[in-house]
Design a protein around this ligand. Structure first.
Ligand SMILES: Cc1cc2nc3c(=O)[nH]c(=O)nc-3n(C[C@H](O)[C@H](O)[C@H](O)COP(=O)(O)O)c2cc1C
Length: 149
């Protein structure tokens, strides 16, 4: 089965998780790179505001086409109780291109359910979801077996 792991990560937490997932299943991996700068203090504030408004933004060119994959794993951080808007933007840009999709999110503590719903609204119902706190990812305190099944 051909799998693609797609992620957005501002501070490398989701990146670490995405790389672990891709390693385990030998998947291609794509980082979503927004054309908007979300780094630093100003970027943090912009991220919160853009996420709340569900702002759709432009992304740098993608390497892989999700249409060519049996399963696409998509992940990112929770921002202001929503999925970070680079993730939503990716889903919108690829509307209709997914056969089977799985979502993974990282957050300090909360906002997972709402963010999964929002991601589904921009794509299709996920066959699996995985939510981990920043702390759990840092400590590698998780088991991916059922998510990857
Ligand atoms: C703009 C912004 C808003 C955030 N909002 C939330 C939130 O609503 N709830 C939460 O638990 N964590 C929130 N966080 C924390 C991140 O979700 C968390 O640190 C995540 O693991 C970061 O992943 P990343 O390094 O892949 O970007 C927020 C972080 C940022 C930058």
């Amino acid at each position: 089965m051909k799998s693609l792991v797609v992620y957005y990560s501002r501070s490398n937490i989701t990146k670490k998780l995405a790389e672990n997932i891709a390693d385990k299943i030998n998947a291609d991996i794509e980082e979503i790179i927004p054309k908007v700068n979300y780094q630093g203090k100003i970027g943090y504030a912009r991220g919160g505001k853009d996420a709340m408004r569900e702002k759709i933004i432009d992304l740098e060119n993608l390497k892989y086409d999700p249409k060519n994959y049996d399963v696409v794993y998509i992940g990112g951080p929770v921002w202001a109780g929503k999925a970070a808007n680079p993730v939503i933007s990716y889903l919108k840009q690829n509307e209709g291109n997914f056969k089977n999709i799985k979502f993974f999110l990282t957050a300090g503590s909360s906002g997972f359910e709402n963010s999964f719903k929002q991601m589904e609204n921009y794509s299709i119902k996920p066959s699996k979801t995985l939510q981990l706190t920043t702390k759990e990812v840092k400590k590698e305190d998780y088991n991916l077996d059922s998510f990857l099944e």
